[in-house]
Design a protein around this ligand. Sequence first.
Ligand code: GRF
Length: 209
Amino acid sequence: MMHKRLEKRKKAGVNLAVFASGNGSNFSAIVRASRQGRIKVSSLILVCDNPEGFVLERARKAGVRVILASRRDFSSRRDFEAAIIQRLRYYKINLIALAGFMRMLSPGFVKKYRHRIINIHPSLLPAFKGADAIKDALVHKASFTGVTVHFVDEEMDHGPVIMQKRIMIGSGEGLASLEKRIHRLEHRMYPQVIRSLCGRKVKPGKGRC
Ligand code: GRF
């Protein structure tokens, strides 16, 4: 039988923080899924480290609360992360979804939220880690690539895989086309994973919300 507190949380929904630095199309897909009731989110915040990120505009339009923490405003990574953690605690965040967050989280941060931080990456990890994963698949003339959602650990683009889906690369397919297809897949997959994590009966602190 599920623990009473877990049952209550599941009913109430997850307190979700999306971390993003740039465009924010995955952020928007998560907001859409939550507004349409496909994922049960009782509170949603955006954590952004880039004052120029288009994702800020998306959040403003969607009426989502923003925590803007620019690394330049802090003298150390420790202080930068401490400020974020303070806000996460304030909002009782129990799941963090990295969606194009262009910054490595420290081992200390990862430890505090172990199994509660997930990341989406546009390749079939461990293939094509890093910021140019889609382009790299084309450069290496791969016949397929895909999307991975995984728990975050101390290494970049690394940690237990939650879901992977493959996409075939058409012969002569260009970057714009492949990017478009990968992003479309990401926008379906990320809300699906969030929903499955929040509905799972697992032990406290082990990958549930
Ligand atoms: C996505 O391709 C995601 O897989 C990667 O960064 C990109 C973010 O895109 N981690 P967007 O900002 O959500 O549009």
